[in-house]
Write a protein that binds this ligand. Structure first.
Ligand SMILES: *[C@@H]1O[C@H](CO)[C@@H](O)[C@H](O)[C@H]1NC(C)=O
Ligand SMILES: *[C@@H]1O[C@H](CO)[C@@H](O)[C@H](O)[C@H]1NC(C)=O
Length: 332
């Protein structure tokens, strides 16, 4: 065993993050991953936004269940079974106690013309969360907006009814703003367009936070990106941290930095002291579209705190909060 360099950009930027306002959101496979992170680490994440995603462990480690039940909604999502599985996962210590979810805020959306993830799947997500949350008012559902399967923005990307890369559509609807306002609000309105956000984009080694030696088969890129508003730099202001998860076919090798720069989060971050972590998936033989793992390609533990993807993202979040650099380690 030799000590290998762990890639570049390992250093954690100097920040002051409020540990009590950590939130996560995503689109499509990123929505499924956002829910997995929220449920698995409910002591950490206080809110979750999911655009076109379903409940925790919906696919039950099976790609055909993912494609049928969890995308088409046929056969229907067995919500009470998933609630039982969640309880078992917690009982074994592979997820935080679901009592942490009681005061959570959740936001979800199914666009009217989404041909990829059925509205019934998003309705099942609402039903799932109703089991855990104290009050219905903590759940926001957006089911009445037109548009194809995409990250909806005010004015960036393809026309609203397009199904295609970069899967960011201009729909006159600010999904990122709606998510952040529901999870963290009330917030100050942004002063500029996303493209004019004035913070810095910093590369962060994802690889350094993996508990296993790096393999591309885990579906994780070597680097993630962090957006830091100017006032959050150098720990000048205590800031929130939000994790934003791209969907399938939205990784950097496929659409460049469009999700990182143009999904709609950064201008809200500027106006409201929010650092945004953009973890990055990559394609693998079993995952040719660079999706986040919500059906088991990275291992059967993919949805729990033993999962390589959730634990790596949690490791980055923890390091940004605690300002601890990752430990140097041996790699075979
Ligand atoms: C989108 O869906 C709505 C509701 O089903 C429908 O009224 C509308 O015609 C659809 N739009 C397009 C462009 O298909
Ligand atoms: C973005 O910046 C450009 C160049 O400075 C400016 O012309 C434009 O008005 C800005 N847009 C917004 C919405 O702030």
């Amino acid at each position: 065993m030799g000590l290998l360099a762990v890639g570049h950009a390992v250093l954690i930027p100097k920040l002051a993050i409020d540990p009590n306002s950590l939130t996560v959101s995503g689109i499509s496979s990123g929505a499924f991953m956002a829910v997995q992170l929220h449920v698995t680490y409910s002591a950490t994440f206080k809110g979750c936004g999911a655009l076109a995603g379903g409940p925790y462990f919906c696919a039950q480690d099976d790609v055909f269940t993912a494609l049928g039940t969890c995308m088409n909604g046929t056969p229907p999502v067995p919500v009470s079974e998933l609630i039982d599985i969640t309880a078992n996962t917690v009982a074994f210590g592979y997820a935080d106690d679901t009592s942490n979810l009681l005061r959570s805020k959740v936001w979800m959306m199914s666009a009217l013309n989404d041909t990829v993830v059925a509205t019934d799947v998003v309705e099942a997500l609402a039903q799932y969360y109703r089991h855990y949350l104290a009050d219905d008012s903590q759940i926001a559902t957006v089911m009445n907006r037109p548009g194809e399967h995409s990250m909806q923005t005010l004015d960036y990307g393809n026309s609203c009814q397009t199904l295609g890369e970069p899967f960011i559509n201009k729909c006159g609807y600010d999904a990122a703003g709606a998510i952040l306002q529901h999870l963290l609000g009330p917030l100050k309105p942004p002063a500029v367009a996303d493209q004019n956000a004035t913070g810095t984009f910093v590369e962060l080694s994802q690889r350094a936070f993996m508990f296993l030696p790096y393999l591309t088969a885990y579906g994780l890129a070597e680097e993630a990106w962090v957006y830091i508003p100017p006032q959050c730099e150098n720990a000048d202001t205590t800031c929130h941290l939000h994790v934003a998860l791209h969907g399938c076919l939205q990784s950097i090798p496929i659409i460049g930095q469009q999700y990182v720069r143009d999904a709609g989060y950064n201008r809200w971050a500027d106006a409201n002291d929010i650092v945004v972590l953009y973890p990055q998936a990559i394609k693998t033989a079993l995952n040719p579209k660079s999706c986040w793992d919500w059906w088991g390609y990275s291992g059967t533990d993919y949805a729990s705190n033993l999962g390589i993807q959730p634990s790596t993202i949690k490791g980055m979040v923890d390091a940004l909060v605690t300002q601890q650099q990752p430990a140097e380690r041996e790699e075979a």
